[in-house]
Design a protein around this ligand. Structure first.
Ligand code: FAD
Ligand code: UDP
Length: 383
């Protein structure tokens, strides 16, 4: 009855399902255990009529034309250059740390000198990871590096990861480099913003195809069995392609132990005020137990709201207890090796594909995830 089964209706599953259904005419079943589609990009009106992102703030940003064009088939955009500030003492300073930040932190004479040195060392417009900046031989540049390390990275990273910046993968802190420019935007990609009517309607349009059936509130393990070299669907061998976007350890009852993740507790608060903080995102880099506060109306562009809704993010170590969600894979060799052990268990499964932030145990943004899903669908079509 179905040619393909996609597990998970996040961006990975939705993009892959749509391409297979539309371009290869495959009958696709999408199984989602939550009661909604969209995965972690899901957004919804709260009880005050304010559009919130239930699983943390999401901004689409990309330089990939093909991804932008593909998703633009399913939504119009509310484009904006996303800016973040960090609360340091009584100041709100732009993050990533850039030349504007430099001039806010140092007096004019010193900032001019430091700016000149940074441009000489790295070139105007360059992006320098904090861990690399710290290695510079020039004591003046190392002084800036130390300031950024202490005031932007150390406490935030300790909260987010439970580890110091030097203890986590440089890939992670490298996502927010020091910018040798006056660009205050958090991302430098050509396209950035949110779907005009929200992420969830974008997913509804993606999954609205005659060849796609979506089943919610269903854990795939209730209908699919993964044995050594066979996949059973409702008790019978399934010969089609199976695309799995959930956590890999869960598929095998975590028999080698759980894959480590960081999770987040989201605390939503509503205020009968026009604005709570006047910014979409304020990072708390030297104080508080939460990492950041997002004020949704500044992120979504929603007008005519009564009051404002914010969310505070409190990170913690994922334990797998009921209700916890694994958000961030913790990238290191040991965890990669454990992931490899689980992956080996899938080697004999026919036409079985791992796709997504969870299934691949990687740190993907929406755009990279969409690209990967499009590539997998193409590979399946051409096999
Ligand atoms: P998910 O969105 O997690 O979807 C996986 C789906 O599979 C889920 O719906 C889950 O319920 C379902 N599932 C899992 N197991 C099963 C099962 N056994 N049976 C049935 N269904 C199952 N990226 C950006 O580009 N910009 C941002 O601003 C941004 N902000 C982020 C903020 C936070 C707090 C986090 C955690 C991530 C952020 N990301 C952002 C990354 C973005 O969320 C991911 O790139 C994207 O969600 C990955 O999509 P996915 O389909 O792989 O995973
Ligand atoms: N980071 C930080 N301070 C900041 C912003 C980021 O220390 O103000 C570090 C932190 O370790 C974080 C990483 O940089 O986990 C990546 O930040 P990003 O905003 O990309 O994280 P995400 O949006 O994926 O949670």
């Amino acid at each position: 009855m179905y040619d393909c089964i996609v597990i998970g209706a996040g961006i990975a599953g939705a993009a892959c399902a749509r391409k297979l259904a539309e371009e290869a005419g495959k009958k696709v079943l999408v199984i989602e255990r939550r009661s909604h589609i969209g995965g972690n990009c899901y957004d919804v009106l709260d009880e005050y009529g304010i559009l919130i992102h239930e699983y943390g703030p999401h901004i689409f940003h990309t330089g990939l034309e093909e991804v932008y064009e593909y998703l633009s088939r399913f939504t119009e955009w509310y484009p904006f250059g996303h800016e973040v500030v960090a609360k340091v003492g009584d100041k709100l300073i732009p993050v990533p740390f850039n030349l504007n930040t430099l001039h806010m932190v140092y007096d004019k004479e010193k900032a001019d000198l430091l700016e000149k040195k940074l441009i000489e060392a790295y070139g105007e417009g360059s992006r320098v990871p904090i861990m690399k900046l710290r290695e510079n031989d020039d004591p003046d540049i190392r002084e800036i590096a130390q300031y950024v390390y202490e005031n932007v990275f150390l406490k935030y990273t300790m909260k987010q990861w439970g580890q110091k910046p030097e203890e986590i993968s440089p890939e992670v802190t490298g996502r927010v480099p020091v910018l040798i420019s006056y660009d205050n935007r958090y991302f430098q990609d050509k396209y950035q913003g949110v779907p005009k009517d929200g992420f969830t309607p974008m997913f509804e349009h993606m999954l609205d195809h005659e060849n796609i059936e979506v089943v919610l509130d269903t854990d795939c393990r209730d209908v699919l069995k993964f044995t050594g070299n066979e996949i059973l669907f409702e008790g019978k061998p399934f010969e089609g392609d199976v695309i799995y976007t959930g956590a890999l350890d869960e598929l095998f009852d975590c028999k080698f132990g759980r894959l480590p993740y960081r999770s987040l507790d989201f605390h939503f608060e509503h205020y009968d005020e026009e604005s709570y903080q006047g910014h979409s995102v304020v990072n708390y880099t030297v104080s508080e137990d939460y990492t950041r506060i997002t004020e949704f109306k500044f992120l979504t562009g929603q007008k005519n709201t009564d009051g404002t809704t914010i969310v505070k993010e409190y990170p913690f170590a994922y334990t797998g207890a009921a209700g916890e969600i694994p958000y961030y894979a913790i990238l290191n060799e040991e965890n990669q090796a454990l992931y490899g052990k689980y992956r080996a268990l899938t080697a004999g499964l026919p036409k079985f594909h791992l796709l997504g932030r969870l299934a691949e145990y990687k740190y993907y943004n929406i755009d990279a995830m969409t690209k990967k899903a499009m590539e997998l669908a193409d590979a399946i079509m051409n096999q």
